[in-house]
Design a binder for this molecule. Sequence first.
Ligand code: LLP
Length: 388
Amino acid sequence: MMNFLISAFKSLPTPFYYYDLELLKANLAALKKASSPEYIVHYALKANANDKILATIKNAGIGADCVSGNEVKKAVEAGFKANEIAFAGVGKSDEEILTGLKSDIFCFNSESAEELKVINELAAKYNKIARIALRINPNVHANTHKYITTGLEENKFGINLWELDSVMQLIKNCSNLKLIGIHFHIGSQINDLSNFKNLCTKSNEIQQWFEERNYMLEHINVGGGLGVDYHHPDDNSVPDYKGYFEVFDKFLELRKEQKLHFELGRAIVAQCGSLISKVLYVKKGVSTSFVILDAGMTELIRPALYQSYHKIENISTANDQFSIDNSHKYDVVGPICESSDCFGKAVMLPETNRGDLFAIRTTGAYGEVMSSNYNLREKAKAVYSDEL
Ligand code: LLP
């Protein structure tokens, strides 16, 4: 991290999320460059819904992917075009469905016959036609953490292949639904691109199923899930969008005029965010020393919830040769009364002291949005690169 940033951080109350908007813009430029004109990328708001982040992403001219009525409202407020907003989720309430209908969004990604009936009824009541994409559970492995795997039959998500016949029958009888496509999402933080290749193969088979029954699909939505490099945030600050899109280019059979949609969250925003925190105490333990930060699982729950790795840096000692020469292992923990409130065990760090600033890297996605007020803690503020 650059020296001027570290001195700017010193005057700010901690903990806070720092967002590098230039890096976000570079990411969006790389995304645009790698994607092709018949690809429509929707940004998954669930990863980070801060106003400045949304404004920057909207300005890049991409659509939005929402999973709640409030996210739909937020996307509209932020200026995303209604006809580029997809609304997913395994359980949308009546009120949320109405929000989508009133905003005239691009489409509802629907995951069950039960929900389709309700969308149809509400659309009829308000004289609307709801555009629908069926979220199909393709039973494809994502080879990621089990909590963020979504495309297997054992998961709650999507319509199973053997249910398709009856769901299509239902749709035929719903005059306020218009089927426009199919949707998949197999999981998140996927770095092995062969999982997406398997999704393409499955999608081709499913397309064929629809064609054999004379259903034309205008849109194929393959969801999100592209992973980022949590271990080397500086070397790989922008994901390999080229390699990612090439998989779909090569293996997904698009029909003429068919549009391909993506719903990327993490890949776009993860690397532009860092959680900045101050060392409260360095406490000697029996076999280790604990660095106790003023940020905890309330600010960043990913390590506690998914045992996920985030790179941890002592940014105060970046230029201090004595501290670097005296590096040793610390357990880096938060102040919350939970043993799982730990950011990293046996982390090799320069000699650390009370008052040092730490950066927990790659926290732009699913960091601040998943924070809580547990222990009645205040929510951490956001600080942007263009304000320093
Ligand atoms: N589309 C759908 C239907 C989704 O459920 C998700 C994420 C996305 C798109 C965006 O996926 P992404 O490109 O960000 O991988 N809190 C977890 C991640 C949960 C992801 C949920 N669904 C974490 O911190 O790792």
